[in-house]
Ligand binder design. Structure first.
Ligand SMILES: [Zn+2]
Length: 501
């Protein structure tokens, strides 16, 4: 059934050349490694392939502030010293550094997600994959957690032009805060995020008691998890909750953020999913047979990220893939096993007890039962703009805001997860027309220094002083999406409440 669905796949041959900087855990090269596995498994023959047309500034301001987008378009490593004030204001410089081609990078990954939404809207595809997208932390006027432009929000806004209700599902190890915040006050988008929560884990939001505001109350669903959750435990929570979500919300389209930092052994994540267990989630969502946009997200052990997203591409296509990896140009990354599926960490403790997960599941099902009947929003009604208020209502003392995703320590550089490939550029004509991207990389100039020349990591330049506080002194993540509505009492005012049991 699922293999007969028409699948479109977006990939920019340049994406692997963007480089956040030495030691930074976010490596767009993982998208190129994923693509290479997809090609060598022959999966590209079963999909329509597209190079994304870059999203333009006027597309990006459908969600983001124009000042913020103008800044992203202008700033570069050579002139950033002239933008100190703006960098602080927009939270750019540490987790989210300025690097060469930053704006083009944003245009590319966003172009794939929004272009994918357009294809779904027009019925040109039943399912669209954009592994470069899924940057769920970006806010209206603020970069966050390695994310600058929120391609997910923009893609959902596009889908809402043709679909009355969109279900957003996020299995990244981090809370999908940027997407939740953007749609916190609408009943046309149900956001569901499964994530590690507590112990100051980034971004600090996403407790089970956060359910949305105003008309959007009960249209945000959060599953806070402890460390070490296994495939079996995850499935036991995920499947009944998602089945109920589809039953009561009756979405007309699904956006699935498949962040791979929820995999066992991730450099930042603390969960213990195998690739098979991770892929079960997208496969399960596919059984509802709705138009679906599948996006990437986090994922910081890049050989496992590539394995995971290649495996999930195969799963979406209904292909049984050989466990022995095919020869490919990044073969050295996959030793010593050279296998597709990596097992979970058998020594890791699952800190989610059965009692906790049962109670959490019950709570989430209860929340969903409070949603009521699906709304009757007419077609073509665009969601209102949700400007953040100028005057913050909460200060930097809120304990739920954790401002750094990256601890500033060096990531990458070991044999299996090196920082840089021998990357090359190939510029092809854009547009959303079908193109052949199954060939080899073309020639061109590297956009960044080689791994060898990068040398030891000057991480100090990317570290924030612990006393420097919060950008703007504002905890925007705790605000109700800028609609001016007062909090309805479901945002925890203080420390993490006890488990919802
Ligand atoms: Zn993440």
């Amino acid at each position: 059934m699922t293999s007969k669905r028409k699948v479109a796949y977006f990939y920019d041959p340049d994406i692997g050349n963007y480089y956040y900087g030495p030691g930074h855990p976010m490596k767009p090269h993982r998208i190129r490694m994923t693509h290479s596995l997809i090609l060598h498994y022959g999966l590209h023959n079963m999909m329509d392939l597209f190079i994304p047309a870059p999203a333009e500034a006027e597309d990006l301001v459908q969600f983001h502030d124009s000042d913020y987008i103008a800044f992203l378009r202008t700033v570069n490593p050579d002139n950033q010293d002239h933008f100190v004030k703006q960098m602080k204001k927009f939270n750019v410089g540490e987790d989210c550094p300025v690097f060469n081609g930053l704006f083009k990078y944003c245009q590319s990954y966003t172009g794939g997600s929004v272009g994918g939404a357009v294809k779904l809207n027009h019925g040109n595809a039943d399912l669209v994959i954009n592994w470069s997208g899924g940057l769920h932390h970006a806010k209206k006027a603020e970069a966050s957690g390695f994310c600058y432009v929120n391609d997910i929000v923009l893609a959902i806004l596009e889908l809402l032009k043709y679909h009355r209700r969109v279900l957003y599902v996020d299995i990244d190890v981090h809370h999908g805060d940027g997407v939740e915040e953007a749609f916190l006050t609408t009943d046309r988008v149900l956001t569901c995020s499964f994530h590690k929560f507590g112990d100051s884990f980034f971004p600090g939001t996403g407790d089970v008691v956060n359910v949305g505001h105003g008309p959007g109350k009960m249209y945000a669903l959060n599953a806070p998890l402890e460390s070490g959750i296994t495939d079996e435990a995850y499935k036991r929570l995920f499947q009944p909750v998602m089945r109920k979500a589809v039953e009561v919300f009756q979405p007309e389209a699904i956006v699935f953020q498949s962040g791979a930092d929820s995999l066992a052994g991730d450099r930042i994540g603390l969960l213990n999913l195998s690739i098979v267990g991770h892929a079960e989630c997208v496969k399960f969502m596919q059984t509802f047979n709705l138009p679906m946009l599948v996006l990437g997200g986090g994922g910081y052990k890049i050989n496992n990220v590539a394995r995971c997203w290649a495996y999930e591409t195969g799963a979406i296509l209904g292909v049984q893939m050989a466990d022995q990896l095919p020869d490919n140009e990044y073969r050295d990354y996959y030793g010593p096993s050279f296998r597709l599926v990596v097992p979970p960490n058998g020594d890791m403790q699952n800190e989610n007890t059965g009692t906790y997960l049962d109670a959490l599941c019950k709570r989430l099902l209860h929340n969903l039962s409070q949603m009521g009947s699906p709304n009757s929003v007419p077609f073509h009604e665009r969601p209102p703009d949700y400007p953040l208020p100028d005057s913050p209502t909460q200060g930097p003392g809120d304990p739920h805001r954790v401002h750094r995703l990256w601890d500033g320590q060096h990531h990458g550089g070991d044999k299996d997860d090196r920082d840089l490939p021998a990357g090359v550029l190939r510029r092809e004509s854009g547009g959303r027309a079908r193109v052949d991207i199954s060939g080899q990389e073309g020639d061109g100039e590297p956009r960044h220094p080689s791994a060898a020349s990068a040398g030891p990591t000057p991480v100090q330049s990317m570290l924030r002083s612990p006393s420097s506080g919060v950008p703007n002194g504002v905890d925007k993540s705790a605000l109700p999406a800028g609609t001016g509505l007062p909090p309805q009492g479901n945002a925890p005012p203080g420390p993490t409440p006890p488990p919802p049991i």
